[in-house]
Design a protein around this ligand. Structure first.
Ligand code: DQA
Length: 158
């Protein structure tokens, strides 16, 4: 089972940028925690961060045939990017959109996510813990899908 974590613009600045909103944790620290959870669950995990919309689209496309699920924080592109939304829809993989802050209690322009309808679920406002919530939700979801597929295969054999 492989999960790809995709981080959008300015998330490489976590720990430095607007600490009052995003907290003191660095992206590498968040990723280290996610890696530990993946290991505990026997899952493979890959991390990718880019400040460029096209690179994020490329990475989502690369997930097709390579990953079982996606955790994505499109950051500012969440509010504008039809291209990222289309890419998530195109690969048709279980995906969870994460926002560290509660996008619904900030500026009005953040309250709408252009990308969210392409994802299976959205987690917003739980700080870096949101990534952990996304991990356990996705692992649970993928586990259920795997079990259902196995059952189908066994039924087909019988
Ligand atoms: C963010 C929220 C976005 O509005 C913002 O542009 C970000 C981070 C979050 O994780 O809370 O860069 O996606």
């Amino acid at each position: 089972m492989k999960i790809v974590v995709i981080q959008g613009p300015n998330l490489n600045m976590l720990g430095h940028r607007e600490q009052n909103i995003y907290g003191p944790m660095k992206l590498e620290e968040i990723h280290a925690q996610m890696e530990a959870v993946a290991k505990q669950n026997g899952a493979e995990i890959e991390f990718f961060q880019s400040n460029l919309e096209g690179e994020l689209v490329d990475k989502i496309q690369e997930c097709l045939g390579d990953a079982d699920g996606i955790i994505i924080n499109p950051a500012a592109y969440s509010h504008t990017s039809i291209a990222i939304r289309d890419a998530i829809n195109a690969v048709s993989l279980p995906a969870i959109e994460v926002h560290i802050s509660n996008i619904f209690r900030r500026e009005e322009f953040r309250a709408h996510s252009m990308t969210a309808p392409a994802s299976t679920g959205v987690i917003s406002g739980f700080g870096p813990f949101g990534y952990h919530l996304a991990m356990i939700s996705l692992l649970q979801m993928l586990g259920e899908m795997e079990a259902a597929q196995k059952m189908q295969e066994e039924q087909a054999k019988a």
